[in-house]
Ligand binder design. Structure first.
Ligand SMILES: Nc1ncnc2c1ncn2[C@@H]1O[C@H](COP(=O)(O)OP(=O)(O)OP(=O)(O)O)[C@@H](O)[C@H]1O
Length: 294
């Protein structure tokens, strides 16, 4: 796709599914544009309807000039390639993309219930039932990703949307990688970085287990576990795995046990995701339907 300039070579997407998406060759005329859903760093997101199918989608409009300025064309290309190949009920679908001279348009699944972090802000923290349901859904989605050699690397509340039934959707694959190798890059947001990513040493899919542990803590306590005023303190707390459980809200010891088993410095010792699903806290608290209904 021509993310940078029109004359740049196009990267080939190889699978049959992707070529089916490409064959559609949408243009803006194929969509009725509705209300704005929000804005991000590089553009706006609108509710839209694909005219032929009548399907409601979210259309993300990105300005090439801004992407170029911030040198994130590569990141976007990777995000599009990875996300368009994933099919899981807890992963936001990317149906395809098109572009004109100035903009790139991403055709995304619409998540009617909006952003998870807003829900978390509203509630301050989630009940154990709600948190366990979300963590189980995310564990399943990550097992699926890892099975396809995709590491997300940036799991956090801001990257999660809520679907029509209340199901979680991983929405942002900007930092994800498709890999058979261990990686060395520094990426992700500070609070959710694992010790090996803070140190920029090699890392693998178990970075997502660490982030799931951070997320579980934040769902239950309303703040991430290694939060500090200064970045340097957050780094230090991550490196030391300085994990403390405040007395309030009162959280079950099984929940704390699961968090402690995910937030382990040695990445090979973190609880594997299929074991997360078998953990007593998940088994006892998560909704079997995988959907939390308030
Ligand atoms: N598929 C979607 N369904 C419903 N709302 C969406 C969807 N995608 C984005 N939004 C809304 O639009 C807002 C902007 O989304 P966008 O992905 O551009 O930016 P962001 O991820 O919030 O920020 P950044 O640009 O830093 O990545 C989101 O915060 C969300 O409220």
């Amino acid at each position: 796709m021509a993310v940078a300039a029109e004359n740049q070579p196009q990267e080939k997407i190889t699978t049959t599914e992707a070529s089916a998406v490409e064959k559609r060759r949408w243009t803006l005329n194929d969509f009725d544009i509705g209300k704005p859903l929000g804005r991000g760093k590089f553009g706006h997101v609108y509710l839209a309807r694909e005219k032929r199918s009548n399907q409601i989608v979210a259309l993300k409009v990105l300005f090439k000039s801004q992407l170029q300025q911030s040198q994130v064309e590569h990141q976007l290309r990777r995000e599009v390639e990875i996300q368009s190949h994933l099919r899981h009920s807890n992963i936001l679908r990317l149906y395809g993309y098109f572009y004109d001279q100035k903009r790139i348009y991403l055709v995304l699944e619409y998540a009617p219930k909006g952003e998870l972090y807003k829900e978390l802000q509203k509630c301050k923290y989630f009940s154990e039932r709600r948190a366990a349901t979300y963590i189980a859904s995310l564990a399943r989605a990550l097992i699926y990703c890892h099975g396809k050699h995709v590491i997300h690397r940036d799991i956090k509340p801001e990257n999660l949307l809520i679907g029509a039934q209340g199901e979680l959707k991983i929405a942002d694959f900007g930092w994800s990688v498709h890999t058979f190798n261990r990686r060395r890059t520094m990426c992700g947001t500070l609070d959710y970085l694992s010790p090996e990513m803070v140190e920029s040493v090699e890392h693998d899919a178990s970075v997502d287990i660490w982030s799931l542990g951070v997320l579980c803590y934040e769902f239950l306590y309303g703040v991430p576990p290694f939060e500090a005023k200064e970045h340097s303190d957050t780094y230090r707390r991550i490196m030391q795995v300085d994990l403390k459980f405040p007395p309030r809200p009162i959280i079950s010891s099984t929940a704390k046990d699961l968090i402690s088993q995910m937030l382990v410095k040695e990445c090979s010792q973190r609880l594997p995701l299929h074991k997360v699903l078998e953990h007593p806290w998940i088994v006892q608290n998560s909704e079997p339907s995988g959907v939390y209904k308030s």
